[in-house]
Design a protein around this ligand. Structure first.
Ligand SMILES: [Fe+2]
Length: 286
């Protein structure tokens, strides 16, 4: 009897039946089922699948300590944002989450609230003020606010080898007793995701642009609350509707206000024009 495609799929699914890890079994069986359905639906050829294997191999080869091409692949296929949306607790009034992205580092320098995190990053000065609150509006003291962003040239510090690992436009501050925090940085600009790897080639081959609208990343943690991973996007950015990683949510678009030089709200004397942005972050209880 000739073997049919359906028999192969059923055999592959059944090969996981004896797994003693029920969750792993469910994931693997579903993965095989959908992978086979994908091949059937597209009438995938062996040559095309070999090209796919070479693409995934190149994606792995592109990864190193500061470059994560697989996160970029997940982000640009919308999978990262889908998972965020599936598990987001924002229905209860908490701030909406978005993707972590590939540029977070675990070693951002701890700095006093009000500090200048820019460390000479190119860009117009930006004064950020914020509050960390519970979803029902209670101030959260001693929250840890981990911030990172691209500079005016659209680059993160980890993309600049000339910095020798020094951190720039990145840092961790803590909220005070009223949940308030602030820092100085630079105005973020829109940037293309890295296009010098296989994910960039995939975007070009499909006529997709690689741009993300300007934003600042926040990872906010407070005892008794779920960590919040989000961005605040710059109002008016031309890429807000076509973010290459599908990360924009209207509630995360912040007001960036332009100011003439002079005394800033924290008393700093500004000899050049600057910007400010204020946002209240609301965390979901555990
Ligand atoms: Fe980013």
């Amino acid at each position: 009897m000739a073997i049919s495609p359906e028999m192969i799929t059923q055999a592959a699914i059944a090969s996981f039946a004896q797994s003693d890890n029920p969750r792993l079994k469910q994931i693997m069986q579903s993965l095989v089922k959908h992978l086979h359905a994908f091949a059937q639906e597209t009438h995938l050829t062996e040559a095309e699948w070999m090209a796919g294997i070479q693409f995934l191999t190149a994606t792995g080869h592109k990864c190193d300590d500061v470059r994560q091409e697989f996160i970029l692949l997940s982000d640009t296929l919308g999978l990262s944002m889908l998972l965020v949306a599936m598990h987001d607790g924002a229905q209860s009034g908490a701030t909406e989450a978005t993707v972590l992205g590939p540029f977070h580092t675990p070693d951002a320098p701890a700095m006093a609230s009000g500090s200048d995190l820019s460390n000479s990053a190119p860009g117009e000065p930006l004064y950020v003020t914020g509050r960390v609150l519970s979803a029902d509006g209670k101030a959260l003291a001693h929250a840890r606010i981990d911030v990172w962003q691209a500079d005016a040239e659209g680059l993160y510090d980890v993309q600049r080898s000339e910095l020798g690992g020094n951190r720039r436009a990145r840092g961790v501050v803590e909220s005070d007793a009223e949940g308030n925090f602030s820092f100085w940085s630079v105005l973020p600009e829109a940037y293309p995701v890295p296009t010098d790897g296989p994910v960039g080639q995939m975007l070009v081959a499909n006529g997709r642009h690689p741009w993300r609208p300007a934003h600042i990343h926040f990872l906010i943690e407070a005892q008794g609350y779920q960590p919040l991973v989000t961005h605040i996007f710059r109002e008016g950015d031309r890429y807000l509707d076509t973010d290459v990683v599908f990360g924009v949510r209207p509630s995360l678009v912040g007001k960036f206000v332009a100011h003439k030089k002079g005394n800033a709200p924290d008393g700093r004397v500004m000899t050049e024009d600057y910007w400010s942005m204020d946002y209240a972050f609301k965390l979901q209880p555990i």
